[in-house]
Design a protein around this ligand. Structure first.
Ligand SMILES: Cc1cc2nc3c(=O)[nH]c(=O)nc-3n(C[C@H](O)[C@H](O)[C@H](O)COP(=O)(O)OP(=O)(O)OC[C@H]3O[C@@H](n4cnc5c(N)ncnc54)[C@H](O)[C@@H]3O)c2cc1C
Length: 684
């Protein structure tokens, strides 16, 4: 055997290409090697059916080795392609890089979902791309129903039963329809809620869902989904996802415990690293599917931008096109090997099919428009027939027949790890921890600020007792004592957190001495009540607002562009211990101390290095309307002698600062001198 054809990707395009090469090439003419990250092909058109418990997860995957017995299938991920030496690099068994040469290379690695396009989506949204995603989503939905069943708070129960799907294309519509059917059909088995409590919302950025199909079918699909209970939110863009729900561009916030994200297609990492011409992240090809400028590298399926010479349009990213390109690519490779001319890609689309839930679908087949039950019946028939093996066809056919006689399966296996380190994103005002919640996580603040709130008999709504910012953590007290939370924590600004599960917390804190020490110190600081035996002082500090004891902003104010040399000069000329760094409109962006200056010098900062590169960014700041008691707690927490004060927590416009000395003097003046009165003191 002297030739080798490598295919990267075992989806519709790669599998079809490999299968046609095997069938049409004389035996032994070339070795065919297929690299795929998983050992199976995922039949994605039926993924939504798995979410809705209509079929079992394993029924939509087909093992590549059984599907392609004469192909060398390798479950390895290709990292790099080296066109100049005709080699691919992949991670071998022990994680070492290894290379393999090729005579022809077919890139068929599809695309991926980039949840990072919307802040918070990667942490709080669920994707629908792999079988793992689907199983997690199904399990998550079941979990929400179980939680709603035993939840005594009606608001929270309603929240568990709100399901949000982002994206009104084929996969968004199909999964919204399936979730709606699943939850409504099975609500009768629960005592704590009824079908009326369920809410499934589909959010789409345009004025109509399913932009790919004819307007008549689109209208039918929209009307049918609304009748089935799905709320359509059109012309709406999701701008943020939080644990509570999603925020829209117009400022609306939709609450829901489940967020499914079907938007955000991105190139596979190997494509990003590939130095070939691309269009919108897809590899551009010549008409015969060879990568532009290449003789022996081909790109097919979702990762390629190939013109369909049948209608002069770029091929859409559908399974239908991927399969057809795979087939024709195999034929063209064989032609090249025989020294014959290749043929341009040309394909007449057969039609579009989309299931919309409630035993209904819309179909556009050979120009014939079908909708409703008949379309759904055709949809099922076609996909059953298109499944790659008879074994899967029989299994799926059996699952579907089963559902005609018996209810959907409500059992679920927990597929998400119960304990892990993850990220979380909260918008201002969201509760991160509520009093009496069980101790489950430690939270480390990466960006933004939170406030710790304790309900008192005087103020059942809660009094802010501390403000924490980046680098600080909370939640440790309940974990260490294994007791319920005694205070609530609320996001004061948009906040990003690192969340460490209880088991990981226990393991790290028992193994790492310095972590344990830091926890111990924090615990000491936070449990020692400085106000003990000084009720008058506490009362005074709680009633006095910071604006009443404000000192002027230390001058000069620096801007982020102030250079290292100018900062050094400022320290020489002024007796300040620090300088604030403000952007436009005196918005607080950072603080720089003498130690920051020395650290920057040690790191070889140049005279022109801007202060924004070595200042402490976004320092914790209190608002003029916060109480002096909160300022005392913040200064203890951060071991600071002063704090910047901003006009409002939302705008961070610097209005002054407050020093511990001044606060102590204020307390002494009003308590020792016997001047503390029950009314707030006069403004200074
Ligand atoms: C939920 C959902 C529903 C859909 N419904 C329909 C439908 O009804 N009709 C329709 O026509 N289309 C549908 N599609 C689209 C269709 O699935 C895709 O167009 C099709 O799968 C593209 O095939 P592909 O071979 O290009 O890529 P994929 O099927 O995505 O396969 C690519 C494979 O390459 C692997 N891979 C990636 N990078 C590497 C690497 N570096 N090394 C090794 N392996 C790698 C991946 O793991 C994957 O297995 C749907 C898609 C989704 C997600």
């Amino acid at each position: 055997m002297n030739k080798r054809i490598i295919i990267v990707g075992g989806g519709f395009a790669g599998v079809e290409c490999a299968s046609k090469l095997v069938k049409r090439m004389p035996r032994g003419a070339a070795e065919i090697v297929l690299f795929n990250s998983e050992n199976h092909l995922v039949f994605s058109p039926l993924l939504a059916e798995v979410v809705g418990s209509s079929i079992n997860p394993l029924d939509v995957v087909v093992p590549l080795r059984q599907l392609l017995p004469r192909v060398f299938c390798r479950t390895e991920e290709v990292q790099m392609v080296y066109p100049e030496s005709n080699e691919v690099e992949y991670l071998s068994e022990y994680g070492q890089a290894a290379r393999m040469t090729y005579d022809h290379l077919v890139i068929a690695c599809g695309n991926t979902t980039n949840l990072n396009l919307v802040p918070g989506m990667a942490d709080h949204g669920l994707a629908l791309k792999t079988i793992g995603d689907t199983a997690s989503l199904r399990s998550h939905i079941m979990q929400q129903m179980e939680r709603a069943e035993v939840c005594s708070n009606p608001d929270r129960r309603g929240w568990y039963l709100k399901f949000i799907v982002v994206g009104g294309g084929f996969s968004g519509v199909e999964v919204a329809g399936e979730i709606n059917d699943l939850v409504r059909d099975t609500a009768k088995y629960f005592r704590g809620f009824t079908e009326k409590d369920v809410n499934v919302t589909l959010i789409h950025s345009r004025d109509q869902i399913l932009p790919e199909i004819s307007s008549g079918l689109r209208d039918f699909a929209a009307a049918k989904m609304k009748r089935a209970g799905v709320t359509l939110v059109l012309n709406a863009r999701v701008v943020v996802a939080t644990p509570e729900g999603v925020g829209l561009q117009d400022g609306q916030f939709l609450k829901g415990a489940t967020i499914v994200c079907t938007i955000g297609n991105a190139s596979a990492p190997v494509i990003e690293r590939l130095g070939v011409p691309k269009d919108k992240g897809r590899v551009t090809t010549q008409a015969d599917m060879r990568v532009t400028g290449s003789e022996n590298i081909w790109a097919i399926g979702d990762c390629s931008m190939t013109l369909n010479t049948y209608d002069g349009q770029p091929s859409p990213t559908t399974g239908q096109f991927a399969e057809r390109q795979g087939k024709q690519c195999a034929q063209n490779i064989i032609r090249v090997m025989k020294g014959e001319p290749t043929r341009p890609f040309a394909f007449k689309q057969l039609g579009e099919l989309c299931s919309i839930g409630g035993h209904s679908a819309v179909a556009d087949l050979f120009g014939l428009h079908l909708s409703g039950f008949l379309a759904w019946f055709v949809w099922r028939g076609i996909y059953l027939f298109k499944l790659p093996t008879w074994a899967r066809r029989v299994q799926v056919g059996f699952d579907w027949a089963w559902l005609l006689l018996f209810p959907r399966d409500l059992a679920h296996l927990r597929t998400r790890p119960t304990d892990r380190v993850s990220h979380a994103y909260y918008k201002a005002g969201d509760f991160i921890i509520r009093r009496d919640d069980p101790a489950t996580n430690l939270y480390i603040i990466e960006r933004g600020e939170v406030e710790v709130i304790r309900a008192t008999p005087k103020d059942p709504g809660g009094e802010t007792i501390a403000v924490l910012g980046p680098g600080s953590f909370f939640g440790e007290k309940a974990l260490l004592s294994d007791a319920p939370r005694v205070a609530s924590v609320r996001a004061r600004t948009p906040v990003e957190l690192l969340v460490m599960g209880k088991n990981i917390f226990n393991q790290v804190s028992s193994a790492l001495g310095s972590f344990r020490d830091a926890l111990g110190q924090a615990l000491n600081r936070r449990t020692i009540d400085v106000w003990k035996g000084r009720p008058q002082a506490h009362d005074l500090m709680s009633r006095t607002l910071l604006k009443e004891v404000l000192e002027p902003v230390p001058r000069p104010l620096l801007t982020p562009a102030t250079t290292f040399q100018e900062v050094s000069q400022a320290f020489v000329e002024h007796s300040n211990e620090f300088f604030y760094v403000c952007g436009e409109g005196e918005t607080l962006e950072g603080v720089v101390m003498m130690t920051d200056l020395f650290r920057a010098r040690d790191a070889s900062a140049a005279a022109t290095t801007p202060v924004s590169e070595f200042m402490s960014k976004n320092p914790v700041a209190l608002a003029a309307d916060d109480s002096c008691a909160v300022a005392v707690e913040a200064m203890r927490e951060y071991r600071l002698k002063s704090l910047p004060i901003v006009e409002k927590k939302e705008n961070r416009k610097l209005v002054g600062c407050v020093r511990i000395r001044r606060l102590m003097g204020f307390v002494l003046k009003h308590t020792l001198a016997g001047k503390a009165s029950n009314s707030a003191p006069e403004q200074k």
